[in-house]
Design a protein around this ligand. Structure first.
Ligand code: UDP
Length: 274
């Protein structure tokens, strides 16, 4: 049975959707995945609109996917993942490779919108708006530590709960019970892709939350379990290189990046010139 989403009472006045002009309808096709032309502000405004809508009517959970080149290569190989991405309500451009691929089609996306940075941006906004946030996933203790760090950074952040859980079906009854009790507005799910995105899609009509986002290893970054690339490397779009040096066992995953680049180039060369 679908647990009813009953939003918690607001503690602060919200004008969260005021001035929102971003619209997630505009998108660019990157190798078959429609990536929304949205920046961080646009994502926050969209989330705010969904949370506001959920506060005034019973709505279903909205899904946000942070699409990086690895997602796109995986989606080309895994039709189930491709279908989940297609059904998601918002697919944000996560990764310099996605921005580059859009540029190859003449579309200038404003910036990367990542789960690892997005978790800070969303919690900052949540503290201001009074949204309740829930941290689901990662190794035991990591979600709790993540919530503590973010609460310190953003005083007033309303943490609805933390739980590692697991994406397996056996874990669902306990997760459902905890979420129904906690009544979060925003659910961060850190099970890594594509697992987290498949899980949200599978459960979204039962999830008693306004918005659910897959955030991959973001809790590990916030909690300091995995070091994040220094700012200058991120600014140069070299985060992938830092990850490869620090976590060489990820090379097999990183090997998808040249596949992505080569496929984008091949497609660009095949495209008829205007
Ligand atoms: N994880 C989890 N349960 C699982 C599988 C993974 O909680 O069954 C967590 C893992 O502890 C880590 C995150 O999911 O915190 C995966 O991080 P990764 O950087 O690999 O995410 P990706 O880049 O694949 O999205």
């Amino acid at each position: 049975m679908m647990p009813e989403y009953t939003p918690a009472p607001r503690t602060q006045h919200s004008n969260s959707t005021a001035g929102y002009t971003g619209h997630p309808q505009a998108s660019v096709d990157i190798l078959g995945v429609q990536v929304h032309c949205v920046d961080t502000e646009g994502m926050l405004a969209q989330i705010a609109a969904w949370v506001d809508a959920a506060h005034s009517a019973q709505t279903h959970c909205r899904q946000v996917c942070t699409v990086n080149p690895e997602f796109i290569v995986d989606a080309r190989r895994n039709p189930e993942f491709a279908a989940v991405l297609a059904r998601a309500d918002l697919r944000v451009p996560d990764g310099i490779g996605v921005l580059w691929a859009a540029r190859m089609q003449g579309v200038r996306l404003p910036e990367r919108v990542t789960g690892s940075d997005g978790i800070y941006d969303i919690c900052k906004r949540a503290a201001r708006e009074g949204w309740r946030v829930y941290f689901l996933g990662a190794a035991p203790g990591v979600a709790q530590h993540t919530a503590e760090i973010l609460s310190e950074l953003y005083p007033g952040l309303r943490v609805a709960g933390c739980f590692p859980g697991s994406p397996s079906d056996t874990s669902w009854p306990e997760i459902a019970e905890r979420l129904t009790e906690a009544r979060p507005d925003i659910l961060f799910v850190a099970y890594g892709h594509p697992r987290q995105d498949l899980w949200i899609d599978r459960r979204r009509h039962e999830l008693p939350v306004a918005v659910a986002l897959g955030v991959g290893g973001a809790f590990d970054f916030v909690a300091g379990v995995t070091p994040r690339a220094p700012r200058w490397m991120r600014d140069l779009g070299l985060e992938w290189l830092y990850r490869l040096i620090r976590q060489p066992w990820r090379w097999r995953r990183m090997a998808k990046l040249p596949v992505f680049g080569a496929t984008v180039l091949a497609q660009t060369l095949r495209r008829p010139r205007a």
